[in-house]
Design a binder for this molecule. Structure first.
Ligand code: QAP
Ligand code: CO
Length: 203
């Protein structure tokens, strides 16, 4: 008989799987292709643009993205600057396996981030503006490409999940204060009031 698969559920901050380092994917097989599809289904159901495997309760180094190429109000394409945006946005949705992400240069940018694992809370995170992304795609293709814009933002957010990091851990004092009550509410609702936020930008 075919192996029964457990239904995946969206994990919320405070769930241990979101706070541990995920394991490398060893091989791309049918079950990994299935997992990527289930992650996309989960992401679309919640109107997300990115989801990492630990958010679905699976401690593996893979994330999916579906970012639309940017358009103006009349639906005309807006220019994108980076090779990654030019090459990858038209191919979305995509799954990225065993990604390696390295900042390029010193330019940083601020962006109001959200996360399906931190429902309805948004706060400004400062991150490098450009990154080099090295990863394997589901069809086995290897990519190594410079990414900017929203793509660079999403890649860094999702890659952090693979290292057990949720964006609220990267906030400066003021943005953290602005969501603190909401965060306590989420933790309480999910029986995780004992979860202690480990801040990463603090000495
Ligand atoms: C990560 O985030 C990201 O709270 C993906 O109520 C963040 O898809 C990529 C969402 C910032 C780029 C920039 C969150 C939907 C979606 C919520 C998401 C919510 C409904 C978050
Ligand atoms: Co997230």
């Amino acid at each position: 008989m075919a192996k029964e698969k457990k239904a995946l559920t969206l994990r919320i901050i405070g769930d241990p799987v979101l706070h541990q380092i995920a394991k490398p994917v060893e091989k791309i097989d049918d079950s990994l292709v299935d997992l990527a599809q289930e992650m996309l289904n989960m992401m679309y159901k919640s109107n997300g643009i990115g989801l990492a495997a630990p958010q679905a309760g699976v401690s593996l180094r893979m994330f999916v993205l579906d970012i639309e190429p940017p358009e103006d109000e009349e639906g005309h394409p807006l220019p994108v600057n980076s090779p990654g945006e030019i090459q990858l946005l038209p191919q979305m949705p995509l799954a990225f396996i065993n990604p390696e992400v390295t900042p390029i240069g010193t330019e940083e940018s601020d962006y109001d981030e959200g996360c399906l694992s931190v429902p309805k809370l948004y706060a400004t995170v400062r991150r490098p503006a450009k990154v080099m992304l090295k990863a394997t795609l589901l069809d086995g293709r290897e990519i190594c490409i410079e990414c900017g814009g929203l793509l660079a933002r999403a890649i860094q957010h999702e890659n952090d999940h693979l290292d057990g990091v949720v964006f609220v851990q990267k906030l400066e004092d003021e943005p953290l204060d602005s969501i603190k009550k909401g965060l306590d509410k989420i933790l309480k609702k999910n029986g995780k009031s004992n979860y202690k936020l480990k801040r990463l930008n603090k000495a």
